[in-house]
Ligand binder design. Structure first.
Ligand SMILES: Nc1nc2c(c(=O)[nH]1)N[C@H]1C(S)=C(S)[C@@H](COP(=O)(O)OP(=O)(O)OC[C@H]3O[C@@H](n4cnc5c(=O)[nH]c(N)nc54)[C@H](O)[C@@H]3O)O[C@H]1N2
Ligand SMILES: Nc1nc2c(c(=O)[nH]1)N[C@H]1C(S)=C(S)[C@@H](COP(=O)(O)OP(=O)(O)OC[C@H]3O[C@@H](n4cnc5c(=O)[nH]c(N)nc54)[C@H](O)[C@@H]3O)O[C@H]1N2
Ligand SMILES: [Mo]
Length: 675
């Protein structure tokens, strides 16, 4: 038995699990859940049980590498950190002299979610004056939709769901993507709660639900408005709550809801009128209804509006004043920290341009002024995860683009680097974590030494700052000092939470007591069904149903759902053979009738294509997916995909109605039998 240390899961997942890491002979031999973590309660997902295999993988990059062959060929030679840093400084110096610092673009997202390592590049790139990356790939439309109704109000505490008697999982495959919440939902169910899943196909979470409601993709706002219509017609609203805490209900009732009688909702959503009525009645009559809102349904052209409409439902029935009632899209605990202590926007020499990460391919291949001449990628894998993959790869292939990738593995993105810098794992670095799916924060320290010459994001940016002669103190701070600084700039949420307690590695709940006096953090102090903020943003003042664009229906008859996979997390873990086998490798779920129509064979391969590109996926025939919809779970490595492209070749870089977010779920495809 080795020594056991507390740690935190660094992955981009709402659960942010408390871990126990067993170390023997300088190696992590086992990762389990920390039973003392109040939310994650001692169990972890199948993915993280495989963490030691990744940490000690023979595939890890251990030294800086310099490209010796064509881009993408994977030919590199080891060099020293000194050489690598000198080359970066020299190339950037030339680029800045000719084009200015905005010709340099950082690209990072969610490889590590700790506040220090995740934001480590911000002060550096601000100081450099580089272009700013709009980090919009995941949830900005969902956030914007929530925000119009609820402002800065935090989501309902997920731990209270055990007191709910009626739970809607709306566009969230919790059993795969929010496991610990799913477990609380099960507990509520054992105590008598009814659980309804609203999705576009039968996900793993369907097995947890008492009822599965399948909607036409992108039609959820119509369902939400249809439910509100029933609530209003049948007097199932909480008049007292509406009068005290809500703005705009009367106008919604008069101007919008009459357009959503159940028979029309049936046409729009595919949900039989009777079920719409029943769902609304059950919701309206529940003692404490809870809605868990996923991000998936926001990754569409009408995504923010969809979330906005759903977010109005709890207001009608006064769910927020019932223990166990409410709604959760994200806990919104970001406001607990004064993050600018780390990100340091004040270091910017002047205002700089912003580039949307969803449109990386476009940015690298179209005539921007100045052009992007250098890309610095850290804890992200754009070649695999970003929309419009063909254009992303065309951009990454540019001989004149100086690309640096800070990575742990030879990812699809690293293959296109001029220089690769070796990166660490969470168990080799300091950090402090918050969660978007619960209210605990937790610190983690290194429990093993990094192998080879691997360095953390923060250490690497400090070295780069030194090389470029940046004098600011922050670039001489250690990670531990930064955590102290973050905690020394407290917000009411951190009151009474000391560095010393956190340093023990235990999770602590942020304080939310002070929120009690003021309930809703919107401009009016009330829940805003009618929203002046929306008007100011060019949106309708009241929630509406905005249909998806259907122009290409004739050409491409299938709606493609690029859902998260159960055994991988974005592109993480997808390199492990054991998990590949469990998940089934790159595949697509197709309704049996559609298989017949298209001559596809269960277990055979299909070429899936549209005007963006094509990729090959193994056909899995299943009744779980309705006709006209195909589901391609996971982000598979291009290396492991026939044709060296994955499903993101089929996804365009169009943006959402608000928030400039990705529209991963918004594309149509056709399929043909391949081999
Ligand atoms: N088809 C499809 N595409 C998707 C999605 C989908 O469900 N389907 N999901 C989308 C969503 S929601 C998101 S959030 C994005 C995620 O996009 P990304 O965050 O870019 O995706 P990851 O696959 O997590 O890649 C993270 C990389 O960071 C590396 N890494 C981990 N820790 C560290 C570290 O400490 N330092 C450094 N330097 N590197 C580190 C890992 O090895 C990994 O290669 O993908 C999006 N793309
Ligand atoms: N195992 C695993 N866990 C993960 C991830 C992963 O890749 N794998 N990714 C992590 C990340 S980065 C994120 S952002 C979160 C992902 O969190 P979410 O984006 O909330 O992902 P899901 O929980 O899968 O929710 C997406 C669901 O939306 C459904 N959906 C799509 N379109 C519609 C629609 O129009 N209407 C309705 N009602 N449903 C629709 C999809 O079928 C899918 O089941 O999970 C995190 N956790
Ligand atoms: Mo995400």
């Amino acid at each position: 038995m080795g020594q056991v240390f507390p740690s935190v899961c660094p992955l981009d997942c709402p659960d942010t699990c408390g871990l126990l890491v067993e170390v023997e002979g300088g190696k992590v031999i086992k990762v389990t859940g920390d039973p003392e973590h109040p939310f994650t309660q001692g169990f972890i997902c199948a993915k993280m049980r495989h963490y030691p295999l990744l940490i000690h993988s023979p595939e890890r990059i251990l030294t800086p590498l310099k490209r010796t062959g064509p881009k993408g060929s994977g030919q590199f030679k080891p060099i020293s950190w000194e050489e690598a840093l000198k080359e970066i400084a020299c190339r950037w110096g030339e680029i800045i002299d000719t084009y200015g610092a905005e010709a340099i673009l950082p690209y990072s997202y969610a490889g590590v979610m700790g506040l220090i390592q995740r934001n480590a590049g911000h002060p550096f790139f601000h100081r450099l004056g580089a272009s700013i990356l709009k980090r919009t790939i995941c949830s900005p439309a969902a956030d914007a939709g929530w925000q119009l109704v609820m402002g800065e109000t935090m989501g309902t505490d997920p731990e209270t769901v055990i007191y709910s008697d009626f739970i809607i999982l709306w566009g969230t495959n919790s059993v795969s993507t929010n496991l610990h919440f799913a477990s609380l939902v099960k507990r509520a169910q054992h105590q008598g709660a009814r659980v309804v899943l609203i999705d576009v196909y039968r996900t793993r979470t369907a097995s947890l639900a008492d009822e599965v409601v399948l909607v036409k993709p992108g039609s959820d706002a119509a369902l939400a408005l249809g439910m509100m219509h029933v609530l209003a017609e049948e007097g199932l609203v909480d008049e007292d709550f509406l009068a005290r805490y809500v703005v705009g209900y009367e106008r919604l009732k008069a101007e919008v809801l009459p357009h959503f009688p159940s028979h029309r909702v049936e046409e729009l959503t595919g949900v039989p009128a009777g079920r719409v009525i029943n769902l609304a009645r059950e919701y309206g009559k529940a003692k404490a209804p809870f809605i868990r809102i996923g991000h998936g349904l926001s990754r569409r052209s009408n995504g923010a509006m969809t979330i906005r409409a759903i977010t109005c439902l709890p207001a009608l029935v006064g769910a927020y004043r019932k223990k166990g009632g409410g709604a959760l899209q994200s806990t919104g605990t970001g406001i607990a920290f004064n993050l600018e202590v780390i990100t340091r926007p004040d270091l910017k020499p002047k205002p700089v341009r912003e580039i949307n990460m969803v449109q990386l391919g476009r940015a690298l291949t179209s005539g921007l002024h100045p052009p992007i001449k250098s890309l610095y990628v850290y804890h992200a894998n754009p070649a695999a995860v970003t929309p419009d993959q063909n254009r992303v790869i065309a951009g990454l292939s540019r001989e004149d683009l100086f690309t640096v990738v800070h990575e742990r593995f030879m990812t699809d993105t690293a293959l296109y680097a001029d220089l690769i810098l070796p990166a660490t794992f969470s168990v080799e670095q300091w950090d402090i974590y918050r969660s978007y799916g619960h209210f605990y924060i937790q610190m983690s320290r290194p429990v093993i030494s990094p192998p080879g010459q691997a360095k953390s994001n923060w250490q690497t940016f400090c070295l780069l700052a030194q090389e470029l002669g940046f004098e600011e103190d922050i670039f001489r701070s250690t990670e531990e000092e930064l955590i102290r600084k973050l905690l020394a700039s407290p917000t009411p949420f951190l009151e009474g939470i000391s560095y010393n307690f956190l340093a023990s590695g235990r999770p602590v709940r942020i304080n939310t007591g002070h929120l009690k006096e003021k309930k809703f953090f919107t401009p009016s102090g009330k829940i805003e069904i009618y929203s002046f903020q929306a008007l100011a943003k060019g949106q309708p003042a009241l929630p509406q149903y905005i249909p998806l664009k259907e122009e290409l229906k004739e050409l491409y008859p299938f709606q493609l759902i690029t859902a998260p996979a159960h055994y991988t997390l974005n592109s993480n873990f997808a390199q492990l053979k054991s998990l590949q086998d469990k998940e089934g490798g790159p595949h697509i779920l197709v309704n049996p009738g559609d298989c017949r129509k298209k001559g596809l064979i269960n277990g055979g391969w299909a070429e899936v294509y549209n005007h963006y590109g094509s990729c090959f996926l193994k056909v899995v025939e299943t009744e779980d997916v309705p006709p006209g919809i195909v589901v391609a779970p996971g982000v598979w490595w291009l290396k492991d995909s026939p044709g060296k492209r994955n499903v993101n070749t089929l996804v365009g870089d169009e943006l959402t109605d608000l928030g400039e977010g990705s529209t991963f779920y918004g594309f149509r495809v056709d399929l043909r039998r391949a081999f």
